[in-house]
Design a protein around this ligand. Structure first.
Ligand SMILES: C[S@@+](CC[C@H](N)C(=O)[O-])C[C@H]1O[C@@H](n2cnc3c(N)ncnc32)[C@H](O)[C@@H]1O
Length: 321
């Protein structure tokens, strides 16, 4: 190796360092800890095994069939984000699963399921991880994707899965679902999902919205002009207002609602999760009315917020507030 022109070379490794000094007369001297230095080796966190709920090899093969993992069970680089997203969603389900019936069939709808990575993962979780009888409905507009998912469920022998091509605005589950999930239903499709879930009396709704554009064109609030005059900030305000009003609407209908992050915002900006758990003893799902105090107040708050912002969200039309 030629070091022409250099007077000092330093080699650094995790637990070793070695220096080479070259004097003006060309004499060389080694420095550092070539042998025996005991230092703590820093952990290489990327190599650390994460405690995911769903791991390849235990998934019945669906991760490979859906193109998330290779035949040897290695998650493809391009699917790492999706894999993490599914696992985070499963963690959210695990966190609320004590609110689901302790025995009997668990009925779940995944609305706007797309290629159904999440649908299969959630079915796997209840059926194989928790050992529960599970009925899962996946609904999406795309017939080719739904046909593919139906064929895959059949191939896997996962006979509690049903897929339906259709518009979620018209979907009505055959029986009351215990859990309605939806990941990244576009814009107002999320409102149709939420309205359908409320009408069907779902116990738990877990919904990660996507592209909340609707209110951006409606916002008309002179008091907030200092925000809305900047189009980027207006978009963020519209998105936040959309989801805040959705959360309030679910509260009106008797759900306890938490809005939280699904995954690290550095992975995707579409990382907000609306988690709604039916609070028993209030609205019973049989009509659009409510039975006790509190809901009326929430309703007034909702209407006042809409008036302030100058908006009429799709969800308020669907749930008639
Ligand atoms: C961004 S993709 C998300 C798919 C899947 N949930 C996921 O996270 O991988 C949105 C999906 O919503 C579906 N979609 C949008 N509007 C819909 C509607 N009104 N009824 C049914 N599906 C709809 C689209 O066909 C698309 O597959």
């Amino acid at each position: 190796m030629a070091f022409s022109g250099y007077r000092q070379v330093d080699l650094l490794a995790a637990n070793r360092s070695l220096g080479l000094l070259i004097s003006e007369k060309g004499k060389t001297r080694f420095t550092g800890t070539l042998a025996g230095a005991e230092k703590t080796v820093p952990s290489l966190s990327q190599d650390k095994k994460k405690n995911y709920i769903l791991v390849p090899g235990e998934d019945g093969g669906f991760l490979t069939k859906l193109g998330i993992a290779s035949e040897n069970g290695v998650i493809h680089d391009k699917k790492q984000a999706k894999y993490r997203q599914i696992n985070k969603f499963l963690e959210q389900i695990e966190a609320v699963s004590d609110r689901l019936p302790k025995s009997g069939v668990i009925r779940i709808c995944d609305l706007c399921c797309g290629k159904s990575y999440l649908t299969f993962a959630v079915y796997w979780y209840f059926t194989y991880r928790l050992g529960r009888m599970t009925e899962m409905y996946g609904v999406d507009l795309k017939k080719d994707v739904i046909d593919y998912c139906s064929a895959l469920a059949e191939k896997l022998g996962w006979d509690g899965m049903r897929f339906e091509t259709g518009d979620v605005s018209r979907f009505s589950p055959p029986k009351k679902p215990h859990l309605v999930i939806s990941l990244h239903a576009c814009d107002v499709a999320t409102d149709y999902v939420l309205a359908g879930a409320v009408r069907s009396g779902a116990e738990i709704i877990l919904c990660t919205p996507c592209c909340q554009h609707e209110l951006n064109s409606q916002l008309n609030c002179p008091e907030l002009a200092f925000i809305t005059e900047h189009s980027m900030l207006k978009q963020k305000l519209a998105a936040a207002a959309t989801d805040a009003l959705r959360a309030k609407m679910l509260e009106i209908y008797g759900y306890r609602v938490t809005v939280c992050e699904l995954i690290d915002p550095e992975e995707t900006p579409k990382n907000l999760l609306i988690r709604a758990v039916k609070s028993h003893g209030k609205w019973d799902g049989s009509s659009y009315g409510w039975t006790s105090g509190g809901e009326q107040e929430l309703c007034e708050e909702y209407k006042a917020a809409c008036r302030l912002l100058g908006v009429t969200p799709t969800l308020s039309k669907l749930l008639m507030i």
